[in-house]
Each structure stands twice: as structure tokens, then as C-alpha cells.
Design a protein around this ligand. Structure first.
Ligand code: C2E
Ligand code: MG
Ligand code: MG
Length: 240
């Protein structure tokens, strides 16, 4: 099943989108978190059918919300490196076609290490997606072992500051790193999203540095599609 976590415009407090996060539902209805199965699914190749299902379901649900008059903004979907190496572009095209979702509503989240594997092929796929209007985000930014030069080469729209840096806000080193990433993103004309915001102190600091968007338990945990629809319908301004 997919759960949805709100992304929030830090200036207005309005919901600007959601990230779709997969959970495995056991026969007793208990949910298993992705940390327990995504790596295994990557190793054994099952991530390919899972990833296709996730993308299809996230696009289908987003289009259903839009049709019902609920403006969700953008939907972000996580993509593993392994998916990029298969028929990824064709898969995205066919899902967009099938669900009727406007490609500009879709953002794909990739990790730095995922992008670094087979750089030329990744660049080709990302450029083709970008031409369609699909947005590209770097997830967990700052935690991979990669050179910054890829930020110039790849068509990246969004940097997601990893939650470990956000949790270091309050300490001098943490604040310096977060400020530097926000400043770099702004001058590269990329949107910066802070992940894992849990406290008002973290939020206030990010706002003082003009971070555009945020996501975290402070605003809302990942929730079922039904709960997310209720939140959207209430047009909540969450916690800013
Ligand atoms: P991610 O993409 O960086 O997603 C953010 C994770 O941080 C989510 O964990 C979310 O529940 C959690 N989180 C959000 N706000 C907070 C907060 O304020 N504090 C803390 N401590 N955590 C917060 P989740 O759902 O367990 O997912 C973990 C990772 O699993 C994701 O990290 C992503 O890398 C991967 N994942 C999730 N869904 C998918 C999927 O559909 N496909 C693939 N390939 N990977 C996925
Ligand atoms: Mg993500
Ligand atoms: Mg992340």
C-alpha cells in the first residue's frame, strides 16, 4: 500500500504536494516499513514490479484526487537505481498515458548514489523525462559519496536536504551545512525541500534561511490515502 506525507510551502503553510511512501501489508494487516524490504527487493529484482506498481498507483491516485477537485500539487515518487537500468522511460510514459496524469504533476526522487551508477544512461533518461515536464529531485542530498559536478550536468529541479542535517539544527555545524545547501540550491535555481522537520525550532531556522519547502512529522506523518484526502479537502495550513 502507499502512504502519503504532505510537503508544505514554508512561506504560506499550504500543502504543496505529497511524497508517496510504500509499505508492505501483511496478511494480518500489519504494515512493514520500507527499511525492512526495499533493500531486499532491490537485491532480488522484485523492486522492478514493485516500483512500477508504486508509480502507477501514485499517478492513478493523484489523478483521482484532481478529478475530485482536490488540488494535491505535485506527487513525488521514489525511484531506485535498479529501476533506472531497466525500461524505465517506457514504463513512465505508459503509466502517464494510462492514468492521464499531467507529467508536470510528477516528481521523481533519486538518490545521489542512484544517479552516479551508469551516469551517461541516467543523464539520457533524465533529459528525456525533463522534456516531458517530469520534475527530478535529489533525495537525501548530502549523504551520498558523489561529486558536486553532477548538479551542473543533470537536469535537477529539487534538492531534498537529508533529515540528518535538519536534525542537527541547533548545533553550529548542522546550521552551517543546512544554510550552505539552501544557498547553493537557490543560486542553482533549484527548489530546496527540507526533510524530517520535527520541531518548531528547526522550522523557524529553515524559514529564516528562506528554505522553500519542508516535510516532516511536525506537519504530518505519512498517512493513508483516505486520511490525506481529508487533509486536502480541509485545505489545511499545517503548522507554520
Ligand atoms: P525517503 O524517500 O528519504 O523518505 C523519507 C522517510 O523519512 C520516510 O520513511 C518518512 O516516513 C520518514 N520521515 C518523514 N518525516 C520524518 C520526520 O520528521 N522524522 C523522521 N525521523 N522520519 C521522517 P519511510 O516511509 O520509512 O521510507 C524510508 C525510505 O524507503 C525512503 O526514504 C525511501 O528511500 C524508501 N522508499 C519508500 N518508499 C519507496 C518506494 O516506493 N520506492 C523506493 N524505491 N523506495 C522507497
Ligand atoms: Mg524520498
Ligand atoms: Mg529522503
Amino acid at each position: 500500500v502507499l502512504h502519503y506525507q504532505p510537503k508544505v510551502n514554508l512561506k504560506t503553510g499550504a500543502i504543496s504536494g505529497a511524497e508517496a511512501l510504500v509499505r508492505l501489508q501483511q496478511t494480518d494487516n500489519r504494515l512493514v516499513c520500507p527499511a525492512k524490504f526495499v533493500n531486499i527487493a532491490e537485491e532480488c529484482g522484485l523492486i522492478l514490479p514493485i516500483g512500477k506498481w508504486v508509480l502507477h498507483e501514485a499517478c492513478r491516485q493523484t489523478q483521482a484526487w484532481l478529478t475530485a477537485g482536490l488540488d494535491i500539487g505535485q506527487i513525488a515518487v521514489n525511484v531506485s537505481a535498479r529501476e533506472l537500468r531497466s525500461d524505465f522511460l517506457e514504463g513512465v510514459l505508459s503509466i502517464l498515458n494510462d492514468t492521464g496524469l499531467d507529467p508536470r504533476r510528477l516528481e521523481l526522487e533519486l538518490t545521489e548514489s542512484g544517479m552516479m551508477q551508469d551516469m551517461e544512461k541516467t543523464l539520457e533518461i533524465l533529459c528525456a523525462l525533463k522534456q516531458l515536464g517530469v520534475q527530478i529531485a535529489v533525495d537525501d542530498f548530502g549523504t551520498g559519496y558523489s561529486s558536486l559536478s553532477y548538479l551542473r550536468r543533470f537536469p535537477i529541479d529539487t534538492l531534498k536536504i537529508d533529515q540528518t542535517f535538519v536534525q542537527d539544527i541547533g548545533g553550529e555545524a548542522g546550521e552551517t551545512i543546512v544554510s550552505a545547501v539552501i544557498a547553493m540550491g537557490m543560486s542553482l535555481k533549484q527548489r530546496v525541500v527540507a526533510e524530517g522537520i520535527e520541531t518548531k525550532q528547526q522550522l523557524d531556522f529553515l524559514k529564516s534561511r528562506h528554505c522553500a519547502e519542508g516535510q516532516g512529522y511536525y506537519f504530518g506523518r505519512p498517512m493513508s490515502a483516505d486520511k490525506f484526502a481529508t487533509l486536502l479537502a480541509a485545505k489545511c495550513r499545517v503548522g507554520t
